[in-house]
Design a protein around this ligand. Structure first.
Ligand code: HEM
Length: 318
């Protein structure tokens, strides 16, 4: 009798554990019954935003990265400042730099029209990044869904956890390792610098004072980025094809034409040289590793089950 009761209790305990495990698991099919048209509504909104501003593809991919590295992929980056919320939008790496908040807000509005209160802002950012990649020639991949939105944000954490353009390879590797990502994931993800733009102040030191830079490339970049002033003037992160997702970024690094210090350290005689050279030779491998690394990044620090909330609008808690 006692043995039977014990077996029943351990069976119940197993069910309990299984339930927790299932809750914590994301799945690409998460909205299949609760909001079957969510993904197509998001895709339409993202495509139209990129069609009118090609750079938006880059900005949306970066937004997902900056969301996931601060408190996990919980849409904390989208919250506006209030008396109780320290907005991440004004953190060093985001202020006058991160873009696409309004594009996510708009996609959310469209999704709320068809399924109010069902789809999280955190999932919309993750799907938007995937749709952006696919739209400009990058990989498409199955985004796992079921994230919930935070009720808090942290500028302090954002200032502490987002990597900076002047960091060493070791420091960058350890930042990514702290988030469960390998050096190889980091190199693949940095390959998204095949898209988008950087401001003069982020690469000034490199084009004037570094020796591991191609002389012609440095002199071209100096033309629009003087020693003093023009801090916000933009230059493409990939000088060859800034609007399409390809592996030119890695070819540039091998010619000392990385724009940011944090780009060039990936190919500067260190442990990641071989990965850069592999991706420069094998674009298919780069794309498939990029997709896998994005899926892995999308798993950082999730709120699932009944944690957090599904925000009604992405810029404020309910
Ligand atoms: C390895 C550490 C990284 C550092 C230090 C870094 C730094 C930067 C900086 C300084 C800019 C230019 C911002 C500006 O001038 O306003 C930038 C742009 C960008 N970053 Fe990164 N980044 C890193 C990794 C990543 C990762 C992992 C991703 C995506 C998964 C990413 C995606 C982008 C994109 C797409 C842009 C262009 C954005 C646009 O044009 O709006 N970066 N990054």
């Amino acid at each position: 009798m006692a043995a039977k009761a014990g077996a029943a209790a351990s069976f119940m305990f197993m069910l309990f554990l299984l339930n927790i495990a299932c809750q914590a698991q994301l799945s690409p099919a998460f909205y299949d019954s609760s909001c079957p048209n969510a993904l197509s509504a998001i895709r339409t909104a993202i495509r139209s935003a990129i069609a009118s501003d090609r750079r938006m593809a880059a900005s949306l991919i970066r937004l997902h990265f900056h969301d996931c590295f601060v408190q996990g992929c919980d849409a904390s980056i989208l919250l506006d400042e209030t008396t109780s919320i320290q907005s991440e939008k004004t953190a060093l790496g985001n202020l006058n730099s991160a873009r696409g908040y309004n594009v996510i807000d708009k996609a959310k509005t469209e999704v709320e029209k068809i399924c109010p209160g069902v789809v999280s802002c955190a999932d919309i950012i993750a799907v938007a990044a995937r749709d952006a990649s696919a739209y400009v020639g990058g990989p498409s991949y199955a985004v796992k869904l079921g994230r919930r939105d935070s009720t808090t944000a942290s500028r302090t954490l954002a200032n502490a956890e987002l990597p900076a353009f002047f960091e060493s390879l070791e420091s960058l590797i350890s930042r990514f390792q702290n988030k469960g990502l390998t050096a190889r994931d980091m190199v693949a993800l940095s390959g998204s610098h095949t898209l988008g733009q950087a401001q003069c102040f982020t690469f000034r030191e490199r084009i004037y004072n570094h020796s591991n830079i191609d002389a012609g490339f440095a002199s071209t970049r100096r033309r629009r980025c003087p020693r003093v002033g023009s801090d916000a003037t933009l230059a493409p992160l990939d000088l060859v094809t800034p609007n399409s997702f390809d592996n030119n970024y890695f070819k540039n690094l091998m010619q000392n034409k990385g724009l940011l210090q944090s780009d060039q350290v990936l190919f500067n005689g260190g442990s990641t040289d071989s990965i850069v050279s592999e991706y420069s030779r094998n674009p298919a491998r780069f794309k498939s590793d990029f997709g896998s690394a994005m899926i892995k990044m999308g798993d950082i620090g999730l709120l699932t089950g009944s944690s957090g909330q599904i925000r009604r609008i992405c810029s404020a808690v309910n």
